[in-house]
Ligand binder design. Structure first.
Ligand code: KG4
Ligand code: ZN
Length: 357
């Protein structure tokens, strides 16, 4: 059978792009102009749907993405004043992440690309985080390569040398829990609502670090891997020493403050080592939900400064999962003539190091 294509994809034409994000529990869509200006962006958080389970339930997440993504796409296109036919490309986070959500996002993006006859770009979610500081308007001229990326979220905890678009060198990563996961588990141990990160930070302001003592895992150890499960276990042991019932508020606050100080100290130490492994780094970039933490940011800024570099932290809305970063990665890839086949299969596991420039 001969299949003729009425229109071949229009590649590399400057024009607005659409990016979709559905790899975890945020449903998001964004339209960016060819120069990276954000024309419209929207994020729907599913926190309320998952809260009573104390974590993200993949099946609920996938169904919620399916229910909200098409409407969200219509909304951002309308707000941007762009029709699907005017797009220069469409991309979605295609991994790593929860497979149900990835299939929804990839499917919607492919459908639009197919109907509009424009390129489809399969975006690695970690690459989208990694390229965010190059979005126009954040850093004058955009963060220039190479830079050190600290990806600190609920699912990821990595030090990455970002060399050029598509070339990433993993310098270190967690050997057990991600840092956000540790915040969430400690939040649970202290009786705080999920997700624990912001709650622990809030509670810590009423406490003092050093009143109770917690370990600093891997501090001073060679390389820049992380470990947080021992720290979480140490918190669990502290909590077990109290009689059953709610922890006294003051003690919980002191534990939160000490835990946060331990995390910040360890992250700063690991960053120091990572910078020694990457002498050509021109800046340090922090991303992921934990980048919202003030104590963590301050500790990382101090290390960067010691190395004569600045710490670039995108605004919180661009540190947590969003579609603007996905759309920006679409632009970066299309500029290099990189697009993907509509047969691309979403990848629940997709290490940055497996990308190609
Ligand atoms: O990047 P993100 O929104 O989602 C992914 O995990 O991909 O990160 C969410 C994580 C959660 O573990 C949350 O507790 C943590 O980031 N987080 C924080 C803070 N805000 C969010 N951790 C510490 N301090 C915060 N202020
Ligand atoms: Zn993320």
């Amino acid at each position: 059978m001969h299949v003729s294509h009425a229109r071949s994809p229009r590649r590399e034409q400057p024009g607005p792009v659409l990016g979709l994000e559905s790899s975890c529990d945020e449903t998001a869509a964004a339209v960016l102009a060819a120069d990276g200006t954000v024309l419209a962006e929207a994020v729907l958080s599913q926190l309320d749907e998952h809260r009573r389970f104390g974590g993200v339930v993949p099946e609920i997440a996938a169904r919620a993405h399916l229910a909200s993504l098409p409407g969200l796409v219509r909304e951002v296109l309308a707000r941007a004043g762009v029709s699907a036919g005017e797009l220069a490309g469409v991309g979605a986070s295609c991994g790593p992440g929860l497979i149900g959500g990835l299939i929804v996002g990839a499917g919607v993006a492919k459908g639009i690309a197919l109907a509009a006859g424009v390129p489809f770009v399969a975006i690695n979610h970690l690459e989208a985080h990694a390229l965010t500081p190059r979005l126009p308007g954040l850093v004058p001229g955009g963060a220039s390569f190479p830079y050190l990326l600290l990806l600190l979220s609920g699912g990821h905890c990595q030090c990455v040398a970002v060399e050029v678009v598509g070339r990433y060198r993993l310098l270190g990563s967690t050997i057990d829990d991600a840092v956000g996961e540790a915040f969430d588990k400690v939040g649970k141990l202290l009786g705080l609502p999920w997700p624990g990160g912001p709650e622990v930070e809030r509670l810590a302001t009423d406490g003092e670090p050093g009143v109770v003592r917690l370990p600093r895992p891997l501090l001073g150890r060679q390389g820049c891997d992380f470990s947080f499960s021992g720290l979480k276990t140490a918190v669990a042991q502290l909590v077990q020493n109290y009689p059953a019932g709610p922890l006294p508020k003051g003690d919980a606050a002191n534990i939160a403050a000490e835990f946060q100080a331990a995390v910040a100290t360890v992250l700063a130490d690991r960053t120091d080592h990572a910078l020694a492994m990457m002498p050509d780094a021109r800046s340090v970039v922090v991303s992921g939900g934990v980048a919202a933490n003030g104590t963590v940011r301050a500790a990382l800024a101090a290390v960067a400064e010691r190395h004569g570099l600045s710490l670039l932290a995108p605004p919180i809305r661009l540190c947590t999962d969003n579609a603007t970063m996905v759309a920006w990665a679409v632009l970066e890839r299309l500029r290099l003539g990189l697009a993907d086949d509509l047969g691309f299969k979403p990848r629940p596991r997709w290490p940055l190091a497996e990308l190609t420039a």
